[in-house]
Design a protein around this ligand. Structure first.
Ligand code: 13P
Length: 252
């Protein structure tokens, strides 16, 4: 059965002390919970990964990186490799976030390489994608999402999908306070599962967790998570506040 997941993407927030403090608070808030099939993940900046990962090791919280390079090492100033992430105990990486695509020019082709490197290193990938507002207004959102998934993931073998988590993040809902309605999220997630089933098998499609991201807050989390194809959330702003993040975990 596919896992339910609440993942906090801290983006470029929290210095080392703030990161240590927040992961401890998140861990404490779920310490006594029986999480069953639910995973709680936090993604701090590179600077904090080592320390946060050491703290999280003794807890129920898992740690992800927000990005990574596809090469093993070399002259790539400012970049971090899969091996480096693993050396600090990090085995999950977020790839394809719309902020990476928009501000750092990451393309589907580049993301396909990053995905391959992560999987070759036995890491799990939280793969993000989603349409911009104009795409939705012009009714192209299904085509856009399909091509993003196809271009970066459909070269994979079926067995590789056990290490893939999908995150549908409509760009118009990120950090805007405007969420996709639960119906819009469900419609897109069902579409995604359908195209994965068509390309692979219904088993692969049923087993992949599909998260929704974009202005998930304590007030709307329960309704969004209640949809059958929404397996959790990738949370930005609300993940920076321990009480809000806990409330979102409670919602799932
Ligand atoms: P917000 O929850 O702040 O809208 O951010 C969502 C997101 O981009 C998570 O990756």
């Amino acid at each position: 059965m596919r896992a339910k997941i609440v993942a906090g993407n801290w983006k470029m927030n929290n210095d080392l002390e703030e990161s240590k403090s927040l992961v401890k608070k998140v861990a404490k808030s779920i310490k006594k919970k029986s999480l069953n099939n639910t995973r709680v993940i936090v993604a701090p900046t590179f600077v904090s990964l080592d320390k946060v990962s050491k703290i999280a090791k003794e807890t129920k919280v898992e740690v992800a990186a927000q990005n990574m390079h596809f090469e093993k090492n070399g002259a790539f100033t400012g970049e971090v490799s899969a091996e480096m992430l693993k050396s600090v105990g990090v085995k999950i990486v977020i790839l394809g976030h719309s902020e990476r695509r928009e501000y750092f020019g990451e393309t589907d082709a580049l993301l396909a390489k990053k995905v391959d490197t992560a999987l070759a290193n036995k890491m799990e990938v939280i793969f993000c994608f989603g349409e911009v507002l104009e795409d939705r207004k012009s009714g192209k959102h299904f085509d856009v999402v399909e091509s993003q998934i196809k271009n970066a993931l459909f070269h994979l073998e079926a067995k590789a999908w056990k290490n893939i988590i999908l995150a549908y993040e409509p760009v118009w809902a990120i950090g805007t306070g405007e969420t996709a309605s639960p119906e819009q999220a469900q419609e897109m997630h069902a579409f995604i599962r359908k195209i994965v089933a068509e390309k692979y098998t219904s088993e692969v499609a049923e087993d992949v967790s599909i998260l929704y991201g974009g202005s998930v807050k304590p007030a709307n989390a329960e309704e969004i998570f209640s949809k059958p194809d929404v397996d959790g959330g990738l949370i930005g702003g609300a993940a920076l506040n321990k009480d809000d993040f806990k409330a979102i975990i409670d919602a799932i």
